[in-house]
Design a protein around this ligand. Structure first.
Ligand code: GDG
Length: 483
């Protein structure tokens, strides 16, 4: 149901990006919804109610009027080239992203970035306040928009506000470095419900609140005092885990599609029919542990612990945040390692590592998951890691091994994976050898358990749980039940 925008929308999603891309192949560019977990989960909710999605359309300095697509009302917000540099590449991706991922690279703190972050967050909050109907539900997403809940609460105390953090939430000992930590916590505490990937993320957040403000928390609940300066009244906020998932049944259906099954066989043939095909799929990001994975693989080839006549690794590294220094740096390091491995271990008829710095359509990704005997997920820190779940969903044969970093949210749930600590290169090598040599019976036992887990726990269930909890809180508004 596309809303009558004059009376406002009952359900509003606020995220940095709109769920669309522009198809520029025709002379008259058209919008196309971009297939992602979030759209899949939220589109039915948006279609059932009068739903709107507020976000940036992806090109700088462009004013685009609101438009409707696939039953959703989209409200594009303008971001200037300067704001993209300061708010998005700067504060979001060079301050918060590394700080929230165990400071794998040093976060940078710049006051001009922070000022832009406030400015852009205010624009999103004002847009949400304009679009939301009386008593609407507003669901804000991710670390780019952590000030929006409080700003929106001040503007529109009647709406019910949820926030979901897709990335980890760090322990106080790291979070405390942030010069603007109080403002960020207050920003998030403007929500009625603050969702995290893992229970540890939620407890880190509650502890940050206790340490920073000296307040007490009760189970998941936090009593947030009024703030006359900002204009918010006292309320209770809940902080708890809602582990995100994937569209399991859609991926399962794709993995049975004869054209995709045939493509998987073709991929293996084109790679020279290796006995064992290992796969890595990541955005090219320093959090994903691609360097560690390549180091382990290179050493295994050198040690002769895996037979280079039999094993091939395909690494897809999707281009990401390419204007940021640390991302240029990791690309150079990864590509140097790829060159070294292939230089040392290839011969005319054999290449141990195929590396692609490209992105692919979803069908091709599914064919790759189907083709791979082993999936390597070696993140140094990852909120959830959907690739791990997607691989499992695309294994209808019941064979295949997932090698999974302990430092992903997915490790809490896919407990039958071969767990590794990617910092421990010897342990990582042992994990890969274990996967390469695992017998089919054990593969099937582990895969069956993981597939069962994903069947009852998909992205639709995730959004339903979050929204049900938000509405349940809303009905008693919290404070009366605190004492
Ligand atoms: C953040 C958090 C959390 C990748 N390359 C291609 C492609 N992909 C798809 C994958 C997967 C998604 O992108 C990546 O999701 P991840 O979860 O692995 O990682 P982040 O991008 O870092 O996501 C993460 C997530 O948010 C959700 O809350 O799990 O922890 O960091 O779906 O398949 N898809 C296509 N072509 C590609 O080349 N079509």
């Amino acid at each position: 149901m596309v809303p009558d925008t004059a009376s406002g929308c009952d359900f509003v999603v606020v995220a940095n990006r709109l769920p669309v891309d522009r198809d520029t192949s025709s002379p008259d560019p058209q919008w196309r919804t971009s297939p992602g977990g979030l759209v899949t989960a939220l589109q039915p909710v948006m279609q059932a109610q009068a739903g709107a999605w507020i976000g940036w359309a992806g090109t700088p300095d462009e004013d685009i009027d609101p438009f409707d697509i696939d039953g959703m009302h989209l409200v594009p917000l303008r971001l200037s080239a300067d704001e993209i540099e300061l708010y998005y590449e700067g504060f979001s991706n060079a301050t918060l992203w590394p700080l929230f991922h165990d400071v794998i690279v040093p976060p940078e703190f710049h006051r001009a970035w922070w000022d832009a972050y406030i400015r852009v967050n205010r624009r999103f909050a004002e847009a949400a306040a304009d679009v939301a109907a009386r008593g609407a539900t507003v669901w804000v997403h991710d670390y780019q928009l952590m000030l929006v809940p409080e700003m929106l609460r001040a503007l529109r105390p009647d709406v019910s506000i949820g926030f979901f953090n897709h990335i980890p939430f760090p322990p106080w000992e790291i979070f405390a470095q942030l010069p603007w930590r109080t403002r960020i916590l207050r920003g998030l505490l403007g929500a009625d419900l603050i969702g995290f990937q893992r229970p540890t993320d939620a407890s880190n957040f509650r502890r940050c609140v206790r340490m920073n403000f000296g307040w007490t928390t009760k189970a998941n609940a936090i009593r947030v005092p009024e703030d006359p300066e900002v204009g918010t009244a006292e309320h209770v906020a809940e902080a708890k885990a809602f582990p995100i998932s994937i569209d399991t049944s859609a991926l399962d259906a794709l993995s049975h599609d004869p054209a995709i099954v045939a493509r998987a066989a073709q991929i293996r043939a084109e790679l020279g029919d290796p006995e064992v095909l290992i796969l890595g799929v990541d955005r090219l990001d320093y959090t994903k542990g691609i360097r560690h994975r390549l180091k382990a693989y290179g050493e295994l080839l050198a040690d002769g612990l895996i037979d280079r006549e039999k094993v091939t690794l395909v690494q897809i590294a999707t281009p990401s945040r390419e204007r940021i220094d640390q991302y240029q740096h990791i690309r150079t390091e990864v590509e140097l390692a790829v060159g070294r491995i292939n230089g040392e271990f290839s011969d005319l008829g054999y290449q141990p590592l195929h590396y692609f710095h490209q992105s692919y359509p979803r069908d091709e990704m599914t064919a790759l998951y189907l083709a791979a005997d082993i999936m390597l997920v070696t993140s140094l820190r990852d909120g959830m890691n959907l690739v791990a779940k997607e691989y499992v969903a695309c294994r209808p044969s019941g064979t295949g091994v997932l090698v999974l970093s302990e430092f992903t949210g997915a490790a809490d749930q896919l407990t039958q994976a071969v767990m590794v600590n990617p910092h421990d290169i010897s342990g990582l090598k042992a994990g890969i050898v274990r996967a390469v040599t695992m017998d089919e019976k054990e593969q099937r036992r582990r895969m069956r358990a993981m597939r069962r887990k994903l069947q009852g726990d998909d992205v639709q269930t995730w959004s339903r749980r979050f929204l049900q909890d938000l509405h349940a809180l809303d009905s008693d508004k919290g404070i009366s039940s605190w004492e």
